[in-house]
Ligand binder design. Structure first.
Ligand code: G1P
Length: 288
């Protein structure tokens, strides 16, 4: 059976200001958790949910992303001749995947970045993954979202309940639970504390339909002077039903220093090679 959704957009043109100076000349999407860049976690998660093609929206100082997913002849030769088979397999494991790159010339916001992918997506539904939202690989919410999309054929955003003090960092939805999904009544990008309709935050996984592009083409700048995807979804709500799907399992905001550290610690504790040793180290450290 042909899959309903095979394409993913990975916006990666943001300036990464929260991680300066690390992100001055290198992409935040390339920051590693242990030994793998954030964007590779996002790609592997999508592949595990049946996605086959990727378009990365890039900008200035983002070339390392293209190099990362390209072949590396010299390095491969070196690993081959020195018998490092496992490492060779590791760096080649995504070599069968198709990547396209579209450059967003000016960082005008997430909504504008998505609009840049219109020629790639054409008239198919697609997923959007924000790499700095790292999701526990054991609970890939996208898989559930695709299953729900196949049934309801409507746009779906991933949701997480966040503390009330953090609502102004997110797109927040108002909605009512209908079975396993929320039927969305309203969306607000980065509401001021006290004016948020709920504490249900949009996190970086979306299933969108191509009619979002018509809206994005006319979308005026919103929060932070940027063209916001949340505002476009709010507009789309006048034309069709949009659902929200609550994530299970952990989600880490790896675009934030504390979130990044939590992701690193949790992934390190689960690491087959040194998770036990790392745990011993932490236990000792916390005792002292
Ligand atoms: C973006 C979206 C926001 C969403 C968030 C999830 O914001 O605009 O609606 O809640 O991602 O991480 P950003 O983090 O790029 O400011």
């Amino acid at each position: 059976m042909k899959r309903s959704i095979t394409k993913a957009i990975l916006p990666a043109a943001g300036l990464g200001t929260r991680f300066l100076p690390a992100t001055k000349a290198s992409p935040k999407e390339m920051m590693p958790i242990i030994d793998k860049p954030l964007i590779q976690y996002a790609v592997e998660e999508a592949i595990s949910c049946g996605i086959e093609e990727f378009v990365v929206i890039t900008g200035k100082y983002k070339r390392a992303i293209e190099d990362h997913f390209d072949s590396a002849y010299e390095l491969e030769e070196k690993l081959r001749s020195s018998g490092k088979k496992k490492l060779l397999e590791e760096i080649n494991k995504l070599s069968h995947i198709n990547f396209a790159y579209i450059r967003q010339r000016v960082a005008l916001g997430l909504g504008h970045a998505i609009l840049c992918a219109k020629p790639f997506v054409k008239d198919e539904p697609f997923v959007v993954i924000l790499s700095d939202d790292v999701i526990d690989p054991d609970y890939p919410v996208l898989r559930d979202m695709i299953r729900v999309y196949d049934e309801l054929k409507c746009p779906i955003v991933a949701l997480e309940e966040v503390p009330k003090t953090e609502v102004s960092r997110y797109g927040i939805v108002d909605g009512t639970l209908d079975g396993e999904v929320f039927r969305i009544k309203d969306l607000v990008e980065k509401p001021k504390p006290g004016s948020a309709p709920s504490n249900l935050a949009i996190i970086g996984r979306y299933i969108l339909t191509p009619d979002i592009f018509d809206v994005l083409e006319k979308q005026k700048p919103g929060a932070g002077g940027e063209i916001q995807l949340t505002d476009a979804l709010r507009e789309l709500l006048n034309r069709r039903v949009i659902y929200g799907y609550l994530t299970k399992g952990n989600r880490y905001d790896a675009g934030d220093k504390l979130g990044y550290l939590k992701a690193t610690v949790d992934f390190a504790l689960r690491n087959e090679e040194f998770g036990g040793l790392f745990k011993d180290y932490l236990v000792q450290k916390l005792k002292s």
